[in-house]
Design a protein around this ligand. Structure first.
Ligand code: ADP
Length: 419
């Protein structure tokens, strides 16, 4: 098993000392996730989640110094959720007044064609995030509300919006253009945007640093396999392909989403199955993927079902792996040479069976897995390919909150997060 040391270049964040922190907020349609991050050391100082906002009872979880507190509260809206979270910091620690909160970073799903970098939030930026709501109707309104409330409650620190789509704004036109009537496409912003950009950027950069190489010198395929899943092909640090499109529905098979599917399935279901467009939207996004095929979307349960002889679960895994192999092969063709394949996120970091199956039978492409190196869950970056393989297969845990925190510092103070 080889764990490679990071190159010991000076840490650009050390100027902040050990006590500076960034509060990272992820406001979903019915949840608020938060993490207080030390951008120097990279650790989460505290984190929490308020779920089922607006329902009769909301589960709340706050973790600080190894202690997790869970309770049920009544949380009417996002303003109440953030007030509650700030109250939990006061009650359970750490005291935000002493944590030196340097900035608040907001994860925003869709930046459209307007945002290719993180930006300092002002009224104009907030209005633009709202204006992008037709492209992400579930996410952007919630993101905008979260920003609005946080600015009101924490008006004395800068707020930065970090977009899931930003990294992929540099995709070449031939990769982001759908072969659709150009007038319709232009009029309605129909193109591929890509998502999980913060993770793809962080993981490809981290893989290079762990290897002691410059990201500019590497061709990397990142497989972000969480409940949502996406792949990217990154040439010398610049993305040249990614699997998600106008929305996060395109591409890989996911926990509950179809990924790629013939668009004519929509016409078929609307014309012949009595479904509305909203029904199909719900079907494709929430009742499909691994869950649709097997009844479960958690891979731990999927493996348990397979062990019990469940054929639907086996087929779900087979479809999932087959789709991944198609993406790895096509991205190898796009890149011409693959130096690194990096697995990340919940499934990619924890599921050694998935990693082994994706790379199985690919020795002809220079891709292989070493069973011993691959065994088990991975919490630190690790190489899992054999020494003889041309492509380095790695597991690189993603740290999206840290990446967002560092991008905030870049915006607020002009430091380079990729340094
Ligand atoms: P997201 O951020 O998209 O919600 P995560 O990256 O947290 O997702 O990944 C969640 C998924 O990771 C779970 O649904 C589960 O399938 C998978 N997962 C988590 N832990 C394990 C594990 N130990 N073994 C296999 N799969 C796991």
């Amino acid at each position: 098993m080889s764990i490679l040391p990071e190159s010991d270049r000076p840490n650009p964040y050390s100027a902040y000392g050990a006590h500076g922190s960034v509060l990272v907020l992820n406001s979903g349609s019915s949840s608020l996730k938060y993490q207080l991050v030390n951008p120097v050391g990279g650790e989460a100082i505290a984190s929490g989640i308020v779920e089922r906002i607006g329902e009769s009872s909301s589960p709340v979880k706050h973790t600080f110094a190894g202690n997790t507190t869970q309770r049920e509260e009544q949380v009417a809206d996002h303003a109440a959720a953030l007030e509650l979270a700030l109250g939990l910091f006061g009650e359970l620690g750490p005291d935000l007044a002493h944590a030196g909160v340097h900035a608040v970073g907001h994860r925003v799903v869709h930046g459209g064609e307007l945002f290719s970098d993180p930006v300092l939030v002002d009224d104009d930026v907030l209005a633009k995030i709202r204006d992008l709501s037709p492209l992400a109707p579930l996410h952007n309104p919630a993101n905008a509300t979260g920003i609005e409330v946080a600015r009101r409650l924490m008006g004395d620190v800068p707020h930065v919006a970090v977009f899931d789509t930003a990294f992929f704004q540099s995709l070449p036109a031939h990769a982001h253009t759908y072969a659709l009537d150009r007038e319709v496409a232009r009029a309605h912003g129909v193109r591929r945007y890509g998502f999980h950009g913060t993770s793809h950027q962080y993981v490809s950069g981290k893989a290079a640093r762990v290897l002691g190489r410059r990201v500019q010198d590497l061709n990397t395929i990142v497989l972000h396999l969480g409940n949502g899943a996406s792949a990217s092909a990154i040439e010398g640090g610049t993305p040249v392909e990614t699997s998600m499109g106008l929305t996060p529905l395109e591409g890989l098979v996911m926990g509950t989403r179809t990924g790629d599917i013939d668009p004519a399935v929509v016409f078929h279901l609307v014309r012949n199955a009595g479904m509305s467009v909203d029904d199909v939207d719900d079907l494709f996004n929430k009742r499909s993927g691994i869950k649709g095929l097997s009844g479960e979307n958690d891979f731990r349960e999927l493996h348990a079902m397979i062990a019990r002889g469940d054929e639907d679960a086996q087929l779900a895994l087979d479809v999932y792996i087959h789709r991944l192999k198609k993406y790895v092969g096509s991205y190898a063709a796009v890149l011409g040479r693959v130096d690194v394949i990096a697995f990340t996120a919940g499934v990619g970091e924890n599921d050694d069976v998935v990693r082994a199956l994706v790379c199985e039978g690919m020795t002809g492409l220079g891709i292989a897995i070493d069973p011993e190196r691959n065994a088990g869950r991975v919490s630190e970056p690790r190489i899992v390919s054999p020494a003889w393989a041309q492509t380095l297969v790695m597991v690189v845990p993603t740290m999206e909150e840290l990446a967002i925190a560092r991008q905030c510092i870049e915006v607020v103070d002009g430091l380079d997060p990729t340094a």
